[in-house]
Design a protein around this ligand. Structure first.
Ligand code: SER
Length: 583
């Protein structure tokens, strides 16, 4: 069964079961600067899982374009992908475990015709935070899965949360038995040997986790996710996703043009190309930061592996065409963007080729220094710099070094690389926390400034302005808001003046506790209404601003000093970003 047929069957099945089909969100989250990419179908639905009413009702289904790059270095093996499509269905406080499990079972065995014997499932074993999921166990038995194929595991296997904080809960995972022999007598679905492949994850989201622990959400949700490519691979009886129709033509083309036969490199090229196509299609462009950097990394790695295969890089345009052709049945919008996608990829490839040339010159210097210094091994830091600054892969440095009769200590390099990665991971985790990660005195001032800025923007630009995100450090504030056009210099000046006027008036900042409905009646602003329970905290700044907010804030606006807009720019479609400082 082809991907498109599986997707259509899935959406139709859930439609038949009274779900409304909603469109896929872009892989680049629309109004959420705090995450790099959409990583799961539930991500755009978080406000609704938390209780906000979804305009399409309480039963939803969709296909979601997802990017997950944590395992980027694993791509090339027989299963890892950085882009994948997730089919999902949701109950927003509607049905719960019983119906969810019954529908999943029916879909797999009736619509996809997977024999019962092929299926095993896992349930949550229970701990101090949440009881053992005997309900799911009973539901599976009722559906027809025998007890010996129902397993219980702890949080590491059967609990789902996106990141550190957010809606979460126990899950029940469905596995497909490939028929391979057990790797040991204890081999079970939690084992990575390849016998069992996870095909569907049904999360029973009834908790919210924050740094203080777990609390119950006000509704019981279901969030499920089924990986499309993996399902297609199993149904088509293929060993890897690279053999299904969305990759096979690209793999074939690469084989046709390659001089060296390296299967991992072919997979990396095909996979990274597809992810890049999808990111660019949704508006992403290569750069040195955040999303753009990930795209750059994907494209560079792709180019490097084309070099390894010794494929003529002038063939790239044709290879992109083959990839788009293989994908356009699933994503017809690619056709419209075909030329742009090709242009972006080829320009980036050309840039990288230049970088590599510069790298070669730098390598010569480093090699000469090593040889002249009487050493036989290039200093690891220099190998790392070649990679960091010139995008010069260590394997290549090693290869060139060998030609000169010197070495690279790859083990040492790996150590340095991992240290660096750990550091940058911590950096990006902090970044993803976004918002008010730390609240010292200066951050508190910036926090109050966001409320004043929000109010001033509404006054100058109109009531369509709403906050879409914010990020504060001790050095500056960043504020994202809904607005369709670039602000004129005059508008920026007006907003700046207005905020400074509010500061000068030294208005009292009041913290009020009230019922949510009363706050709404008073017209309080909220970014994610559902984040709040029935009793809420609202900050009032004279008659200028009234916002749902946990604080902290300064006591009087006069404490802020002078407000200055440093930059106004596009953040994403329909969202502008202001960077500002307090002097
Ligand atoms: N959110 C869950 C996952 O990503 C189920 O959709 O696996």
């Amino acid at each position: 069964m082809k991907c498109i047929e599986i997707r259509n069957k899935y959406l139709n099945f859930f439609k038949k079961n009274n779900h409304v089909v909603i469109p896929s969100a872009p892989v680049i989250p629309e109004n959420d600067p705090s995450v790099l990419f959409t990583t799961a179908g539930m991500q755009p639905l978080v406000p609704y899982l938390l209780g906000q009413k979804h305009p399409s009702g309480t039963r939803l289904t969709d296909y979601q374009k997802c990017i997950r790059t944590n395992d980027i270095d694993e791509v090339g093996d027989n299963r890892h992908l950085t882009y994948f499509e997730m089919l999902g269905n949701w109950s927003l406080g509607d049905y719960f475990k019983e119906e969810s499990i019954a529908m999943s079972y029916e879909f797999l065995t009736k619509e996809l015709q997977i024999p019962n014997e092929k299926l095993s499932v896992t349930c949550f074993a229970g701990d101090n935070d949440c009881e053992r999921d005997n309900v799911s166990f009973e539901c599976w038995k009722k559906a027809g899965i025998p007890e010996e194929r129902i397993y219980f595991f702890g949080k590491e296997d059967n609990w789902w949360i996106a990141g550190e904080e957010g809606p979460c809960g126990p899950d029940t995972e469905i596995f497909y038995d490939t028929g391979k022999p057990k790797c040991s007598p204890n081999c079970n679905p939690s084992c990575n040997c390849g016998k069992y492949v996870e095909i569907w994850n049904n999360v029973f989201m009834e908790f919210y986790k924050d740094k203080n622990g777990y609390t119950k959400l006000k509704q019981q949700n279901v969030d499920t996710g089924l990986g499309l490519e993996r399902m297609a691979m199993l149904l088509q009886k293929k060993e890897t996703p690279f053999e299904i129709e969305i990759f096979a033509p690209v793999m074939q083309k690469l084989e046709e043009y390659q001089v060296q036969d390296i299967i991992e490199s072919r997979r990396i090229v095909a996979e990274h190309l597809r992810s890049s196509v999808m990111i660019i299609n949704d508006g992403g462009r290569p750069s040195n930061v955040d999303r753009g950097y990930i795209l750059r990394r994907l494209l560079r790695r792709m180019t490097r592996h084309m070099n390894k295969l010794e494929i003529d890089l002038n063939k790239l345009a044709e290879i992109i065409d083959v990839s788009i052709d293989a994908l356009k049945e699933l994503y017809p919008e690619l056709e419209k963007n075909r030329e742009t996608i090709k242009k972006v990829i080829i320009e980036e490839k050309d840039k990288f080729i230049k970088t590599l040339k510069n790298g070669e010159r730098e390598f010569e210097k480093v090699a000469n220094k090593t040889i002249n210094g009487g050493k036989d091994t290039i200093e690891t830091q220099a190998v790392f710099n070649l990679y960091e600054t010139y995008g010069f892969p260590p394997e290549m440095t090693e290869e060139l070094a060998q030609e000169k009769g010197i070495k690279v200590d790859m083990k040492d390099y790996q150590k340095l690389f991992e240290e660096h990665q750990a550091k940058s991971r911590i950096g990006s985790e902090n970044k993803f926390k976004g918002g008010l990660a730390s609240t010292g005195e200066i951050e508190t001032k910036y926090h109050t400034a966001t409320h004043l800025l929000n109010a001033a923007l509404k006054k100058v630009l109109g009531d369509h302005v709403h906050q879409k995100g914010s990020n504060i450090t001790a050095e500056r504030m960043r504020f994202d808001f809904s607005h369709n056009a670039k602000m004129t210099d005059e508008e920026k000046q007006k907003v700046e003046d207005l905020v400074n006027e509010y500061i000068k008036q030294d208005i009292k900042v009041e913290k009020l506790e009230m019922k949510k409905e009363d706050a709404l009646k008073l017209g309080a602003e909220a970014m994610f209404l559902d984040k709040y329970g029935d009793e809420v905290t609202v900050y009032k700044i004279g008659d200028i601003s009234l916002e749902f907010c946990g604080g902290p804030h300064v006591e009087h606006t006069g404490e802020l000093g002078t407000f200055k807009i440093k930059k106004e720019e596009a953040s994403s479609s329909g969202v502008r970003r202001i960077k500002a400082i307090l002097l």
